[in-house]
Ligand binder design. Structure first.
Ligand SMILES: Nc1ncnc2c1ncn2[C@@H]1O[C@H](COP(=O)(O)OP(=O)(O)OP(=O)(O)O)[C@@H](O)[C@H]1O
Ligand SMILES: [Mg+2]
Length: 452
């Protein structure tokens, strides 16, 4: 975290997102400010509130992508929610507070993983002993000893046992026993029907599930597993026993409160448009519900109360029909930093196709490569694709970089289909090929609307 300076953050984001520098800068500063805040005196730290960000830009220009990449960098509890989720018809008001609960849950598993990481070595040693016990039950020599009562043979046998055990240990360490099967008691929680499959359950349901989970007998099943797998299973089990859950919970709540970031996507979808009837009421309702959370309040979660004052909120929306000023004024005020993302044109498309680490062209090449076919895109073919994307965006709907997906898919349709049976193991995609595949579609505007 220490070397995540705003400049470095922007550089990291640059690896995946083309342009949009203003937005990158804004989120980079916001993230760095969390780090700065941690370094203040207790007194001052409480005073510094995060400056929430509103990202505004047309569809498909990288808003969500920036948030996604930022989350990987942040190493902070980070969740993304769709504001519209809280207004779905027939499902009015999945309560807005649930996002804080989700964030806390996430922080909990983060912290738990870290704590488990720390006791891995100890747990590993314990697991090793347990496996050795299974491979070579220790009671054997003791029982025999108590039966015979004779001194000397016991020692000898113990000696033997110990030697065998150490030999086994050596083999275990070297991985020589990895493929041997042993019987292992695996505890499995049997989930009640229906409950697990419920998506979008809120606090009540998840509590219910947990309660039920506790009542349901943990089914202990004997299973044959490889030694290598058994080692992992037992190690996890032991690690779970070694960590102090109370400490984990406390740390998780603290991390949520101090470092949590919530990305609220599609915030423009909860803007009401003038009228105060129908679904708009619920939209404005969602905005009102959001207010206290963004402003700072206490939300009760099953792990304990969580304060939201210092959680950073980043909201994003296309605001194509509405404007940020259509949000209720109180909420507008809670997002003081505005970052605008511009529309993307041919030049950006060209870069998006080629440059990012996960660039689309790279993805397709890799996908087709799995069939043993190598495709090469000539420079002018990529140029052609970018230019078609820009044109279609202009003529029909501007869906930003998403257009590249639809176009590439179309260009490569035949190759994708035929690749497994192709005789040629190498293939060049030229501008001519692109034109061939797209020519008719582009000329006909109606056709473009349907296909691209
Ligand atoms: N500037 C960019 N650089 C690289 N890839 C981009 C860029 N903008 C968009 N993309 C790609 O386009 C797709 C859509 O982008 P994203 O999900 O960020 O759109 P969005 O701005 O959130 O749009 P919406 O308002 O519809 O949610 C993603 O696959 C993303 O990788
Ligand atoms: Mg988005």
């Amino acid at each position: 975290m220490d070397n995540l300076t705003p400049k470095n953050i922007v550089e990291e984001l640059d690896k995946y997102i083309i342009g949009q520098n203003k937005a990158k800068k804004a989120v980079a500063i916001a993230l760095r400010n969390r780090w700065r805040r941690q370094r203040l005196s207790d007194e001052l730290r409480d005073e510094v509130l995060p400056k929430n960000i509103l990202m505004i830009g047309p569809t498909g220009v990288g808003k969500t992508e920036i948030a996604r990449r930022l989350s990987r960098l942040a190493q902070a509890p980070f969740i993304k929610v769709e504001a519209s989720k809280f207004t779905e018809v027939g499902y009015v008001g999945r309560d807005v507070e649930s996002m804080i609960r989700d964030l806390t849950g996430l922080a909990l598993s983060m912290v738990k993983t870290e704590h488990m990481e720390k006791v891995q070595e100890k747990a590993g040693a314990l697991a090793e002993e347990k496996i050795l016990n299974i491979l070579l039950p220790p009671q054997k020599s003791q029982r025999k000893g108590s039966l015979t009562g004779a001194e000397e043979p016991i020692d000898e046998e113990r000696q033997d046992d110990n030697e065998t055990r150490e030999k086994l240990r050596g083999q275990l360490k070297e991985g020589k026993l990895d493929n041997r099967y042993i019987d292992l008691e695996v505890r499995e929680k049997v989930m009640p029907f229906g409950v697990v499959s419920n998506i979008g359950m809120d606090e009540l349901e998840s509590n219910l599930k947990e309660m039920l989970g506790n009542f349901l007998p943990e089914k202990a099943k004997r299973k044959k597993v490889r030694v290598s797998e058994a080692l992992l299973i037992i190690r996890q089990e032991e690690a779970g026993k070694l960590i102090d859950m109370d400490k984990v919970v406390k740390e998780a709540i603290e991390r949520t409160e101090q470092n949590g970031i919530i990305f609220i996507d599609e915030i423009d979808k909860i803007v009401s448009r003038g009228s105060s009837h129908g679904p708009d009421v619920s939209r404005e309702g969602v905005q009102r519900d959001l207010l206290p959370i963004v402003e700072g309040s206490t939300v009760s979660t099953k792990h304990g109360p969580v304060r939201t004052d210092h959680i950073l909120f980043i909201a994003a929306g296309a605001f194509s029909i509405s404007k940020p000023s259509d949000l209720i004024p109180e909420l507008q005020g809670r997002f003081p930093i505005r970052a605008e993302l511009g529309p993307l044109g041919k030049d950006e498309f060209l870069k998006i196709l080629k440059e990012p680490k996960n660039a689309l062209i790279k993805q397709y090449i890799a996908l087709i490569e799995t069939e043993g076919v190598t495709i090469k895109f000539t420079e002018d073919s990529i140029n052609e694709i970018a230019s078609v994307a820009a044109t279609v965006n202009e003529k029909t709907e501007n869906i930003g970089a998403r257009r590249l997906h639809t176009i590439l898919e179309k260009v490569l349709e035949d190759i994708s289909f035929d690749a497994p049976d192709m005789k040629d193991r190498e293939l060049a995609v030229s501008a001519k090929y692109v034109k061939e595949k797209l020519g008719d579609i582009i000329k006909d505007e109606d056709l473009s609307r349907y296909i691209l």
